[in-house]
Design a protein around this ligand. Structure first.
Ligand SMILES: [Zn+2]
Length: 307
């Protein structure tokens, strides 16, 4: 059973020997199911968020960090915010907020309007482990999260990168799933002639373009089988897979601490008639109810010390 799940929600790093390129195959099932079923998003929002989950997964195992890695798209179009974060242990969560009116009635939204005035923020937060928080932000012009990520790699990292993603429902169970392959030049690779590098890249891109949505998403093929099918002429080597598990780090104490930081007036405005305060986690939709008095004392203490 554990192996089966490992196969469903994994990041498989790989290396193409002939072309000197590295990559990651991300395939998510339980994680996509967990994130999307915690909400009732319109279908296009679900698809975009699932893609962002896969893209966040493509950083796992490629980036050394202790804490949380997050991908965030902030926009003024039909999509307002999409956030995915993943811990160094591979625990992943995500949510989206959007213009409800734009998606009302089940109509499709013009893709041009999805990410108007959008930025992509990539954050590595290692503060919990005594480290720093680092953030890179790029303005994006893409119509999909994967296009946004390519803009980031082109502008900020200047690493040639290509990505293929697929999002769909399992034909048998109807459950959402998502997957993707990211191929990237090795940073600092200078031993090759530019001409050879271009040739290698071009050849691998031709192979990558042949991958179908069905192959990416599964349908009986493991990620390794897909990689060998695509890149067997390239001498593909795979490395230890990193399992991804769905989960949210929110808990009652953390929410209470967050509430403590609100000014007293704002806290009063949140209070329901019976004095309770309800908070719903945006990531997992878990609901926390605080009785009247449970947070008052703390707030009085806070505002008292501020004066
Ligand atoms: Zn939560």
């Amino acid at each position: 059973m554990a192996e089966r799940i490992l196969d469903r929600d994994i990041v498989r790093p790989f290396y193409l020997e002939r072309a000197h390129l590295r990559g990651r195959f991300v395939r998510l099932e339980e994680t996509v199911h967990y994130v999307l079923t915690a909400h009732a998003y319109p279908e296009p929002v679900s698809r975009l968020l699932a893609e962002l989950l896969v893209l966040a997964g493509s950083f796992v195992g490629a980036l050394k960090f202790t804490g949380t890695f997050s991908l965030q798209i902030r926009a003024e179009g039909a999509i307002r915010l999409m956030v995915v974060d993943v811990t160094n242990d591979g625990v992943m969560r995500g949510y989206a907020s959007f213009d409800e009116a734009a998606f009302a009635g089940g109509h499709g939204v013009e893709t041009e309007r999805l990410f108007e005035d959008a930025v992509l923020a990539i954050t590595v937060d290692q503060r919990a482990a005594g480290g720093r928080m680092q953030q890179g932000i790029v303005r994006i012009d893409g119509k999909r999260p994967s296009e946004a990520l390519l803009v980031y790699f082109r502008q900020s990292e200047q690493i040639p990168t290509a990505v293929r993603t697929a999002v769909g429902r399992d034909p048998l169970t109807g459950r959402w799933r998502a997957a993707g392959i990211l191929v990237q030049a090795m940073p600092g690779e200078v031993s090759e002639e530019p001409e050879a590098r271009r040739e290698n890249w071009h050849r691998v891109m031709l192979f990558l373009q042949t991958v179908t949505e069905e192959e990416l998403l599964g349908d009986g093929l493991t990620p390794d089988e897909v990689l060998f099918r695509l890149f067997h002429e390239e001498g593909v080597r795979v490395f230890e897979a990193v399992p991804i598990t769905p989960g949210c780090s929110c808990d009652r104490e953390r929410v209470r601490t967050m509430l403590r930081q609100f000014p007293a007036a704002e806290l009063e405005a949140m209070r329901q008639e019976d004095g309770t305060i309800g908070v719903t986690c945006q990531f997992c939709s878990r609901h926390y109810l605080f009785e009247a008095g449970e947070v008052d004392g703390l707030v009085a203490e806070c505002s008292g010390s501020a004066r």
